[in-house]
Design a protein around this ligand. Structure first.
Ligand SMILES: *Cc1c(COP(=O)(O)O)cnc(C)c1O
Length: 574
């Protein structure tokens, strides 16, 4: 259902807003294609909790008119990536404010659209969607805010200029008085550079290193959350490109001191200009500290917005027992008191919904009486979506002893050749397993499909190469619905895992240990599947442990209270 749009109401937010959250992607609703995956879903859940907690925040992102990608799987099992347009006018209203940024010697005009996100208590938070598709711009510039993570260095840098510099100037133009800026990943780091230009040093304090701006006041205002645990994953741009696009805008000598000597590294820039820096799980904060010695990297572990991710069957059960669970997910600590029948029926209802969806979308028939393993995430090498298929004979023999079924989904970035290859390989494996182990691959992984998958599967599988999974959040969504995680010990799972209680580990918890397929098969064949068939009462007891121990903590209500107290208030007081 489309929301009803009232007249632009940005005015009511201007006086009371104190914190601006910038993110390249935000998953506001499935029909608005302004996100690609985990980073955007986290930003969306952040905004939903900000609304529920009545935090004085505004969110800034790009309008991404052509979306990320619409995934089609062709007859050979290959991903075909189509544009994925959506209609902003159905959900948001264009504001009258417009600004011009000098880029590459011309002006790029930007207009914000306002989307109003409503919380559980009728409090709302504004979201600005930045748009360059304006008649003032030339044909090329009109497409800058079209494709999320579009290819091409110049294109990406222009997007980050629009997000960071455009975003902060639009807030100024609208009259906002922001105290703290939250950079969700390095993509928005240019906003800190724009802030820096407001604090020139008196000429007698400019030193031999050409430090002409004072970083202190900027660091007081910026909070940076990093999400990338490997050096190669950090966004960086060559300086010749930077000086071509931003000619005369920055002092290149000072920029190199802040963002690295060889390339403009957005993580370095954000680290240097933020007074509060955090990783998204404690393991990730440790990894980041090793990668960037000298910085104090704290950790605020990610969460999920519980009311968004609970299946209706579980939402009803929680409503009966803990009426305010949506606002206070801590109350779910008591979920171990629910009856076995109630939990099992809620789960089987969610499972039946998933089975119908799989039938409708892929013509694969699943049984409600066999466990379903779920694996849905970005298809990329480090997540090892093909690990389960490393030894098909072994997989088949495990299935002969204890039948199980698999449901998978996930998109590969069009430029990620190995990721696209994995999708094709998985489809080959599915063919070879036919009649022995039932595996369905559902195209078009998005928020809606994720809701069905996390709730309808029995076991949620996660097989990254440590320490590459900074946090991960889909396993939290599964646990909220009584799903049991079977996961490599990386990211958030290091904190949530209790063996045989909240789920199971694949391999052990040495940070440099990369578990093999054999470790996965052992745990699946020896612990997980036998338990499902031989001790259902213990299985349901584990489901309740997952809800009470995982969902009560790994949620964005707790996460945003942490950000508010530790990061935002501190930013106001530093
Ligand atoms: C939750 C979610 C993700 C993030 O899952 P990870 O466990 O971090 O891989 C990605 N995409 C969608 C659509 C989601 O709902």
């Amino acid at each position: 259902m489309k929301p009803t749009l009232s007249a632009p109401t940005i005015g009511r937010y201007i006086g009371r807003t104190r914190i601006a959250y910038f993110s390249m992607e935000i998953a506001l609703r499935a029909e608005m294609h302004t996100y690609s995956g985990g980073l955007g879903v986290l930003a969306g859940d952040t905004a939903r909790s900000a609304a529920d907690l009545e935090l004085p925040m505004i969110f800034v992102t790009l309008i991404s008119r052509q979306g990320y990608l619409r995934q089609e799987i062709d007859r050979d099992g290959c991903q075909v990536a189509h544009p994925d347009p959506w209609e902003p006018a159905d959900y948001a209203v264009p504001l009258r404010a417009k600004i011009a940024l000098p880029v590459e010697g011309r002006e790029i005009w930007i207009r914000p659209w306002l989307y109003v996100l409503r919380g559980a208590l009728k409090h709302t938070v504004p979201v600005l969607l930045l748009d360059t598709d304006l008649p003032e711009n030339n044909a090329e510039d009109r497409t800058i805010t079209d494709r999320l993570y579009g290819s091409g260095e110049g294109y990406r840098l222009k997007q980050e200029i629009v997000l960071g510099i455009g975003g902060i100037r639009i807030l100024d133009a609208l009259g906002f008085n922001v105290q703290a800026y939250h950079l969700n990943e390095g993509h928005a780091a240019l906003l800190a550079l724009d802030l820096l230009r407001r604090y020139p040093r008196p000429p007698d304090q400019v030193d031999a290193n050409d430090i002409i701006y004072d970083v202190g006041p900027v660091r007081e205002r910026c909070v940076f959350t990093t999400h990338t645990p490997v050096e190669a994953g950090h966004d960086r741009f060559p300086y010749d490109l930077v000086s071509r696009l931003l000619d005369g805008y920055v002092d290149m000598a000072q920029l190199k001191l802040l963002a690295g000597a060889d390339n403009m590294n957005m993580t370095h820039l954000a680290l240097k200009l933020s007074g509060y820096v955090n990783g998204v799980a404690s393991r990730h904060a440790e990894t980041t500290t090793r990668m960037f010695p000298g910085y104090h990297v704290r950790s605020i572990t990610n969460g999920i917005h519980a009311p968004t991710w609970a299946h209706l069957s579980f939402a009803k059960l929680f409503n009966r027992h803990f009426p305010s669970w949506g606002l206070e997910p801590e109350l779910m600590a008591r979920a171990d008191q629910l009856t076995n029948d109630d939990v099992w029926h809620a789960h089987q209802e969610a499972k039946a919904d998933l089975i119908s969806l799989v039938r409708a979308r892929s013509h694969v028939k699943l049984s409600p009486d066999q466990p379903i393993l779920g694996f849905a995430r970005r298809m990329t090498s480090y997540k090892r979506p093909d690990l389960l298929f490393s030894d098909l004979e072994r997989l088949i023999s495990i299935g002969e002893q204890h039948p199980f079924q698999v449901v998978m989904a996930g998109k590969a970035h069009p430029a990620d050749e190995p990721g696209r290859q994995m999708i094709q390989d998985i489809h080959r494996h599915i063919e070879r397993l036919k009649g022995k182990v039932t595996v369905a691959f559902l195209p078009g992984y998005d928020m809606n499909l994720a809701q069905m998958l996390v709730a309808g599967t029995d076991v949620w599988l996660n097989t990254p190469v440590p320490p590459m999974e900074a946090s991960g959040t889909s396993g939290m969504k599964a646990a909220l619905n009584g799903g049991l995680n079977l996961s490599v010990l990386d990211g958030w799972w290091v904190e949530a895992w209790i063996e045989g209680v909240t789920g199971w580990a694949i391999g052990d918890d040495r940070p440099d240990h990369v578990p093999t397929a054999a470790a996965l098969y052992d745990k699946l064949g020896i612990a997980v599947l036998p338990l499902y068939y031989k001790d259902r009462a213990r299985w349901i007891w584990m489901m309740k442990q997952a809800i009470s121990k995982v969902a009560s903590y790994f949620n964005t209500q707790r996460m945003m209270r942490r950000y508010a107290v530790d990061a935002y208030i501190a930013a106001g007081m530093r």
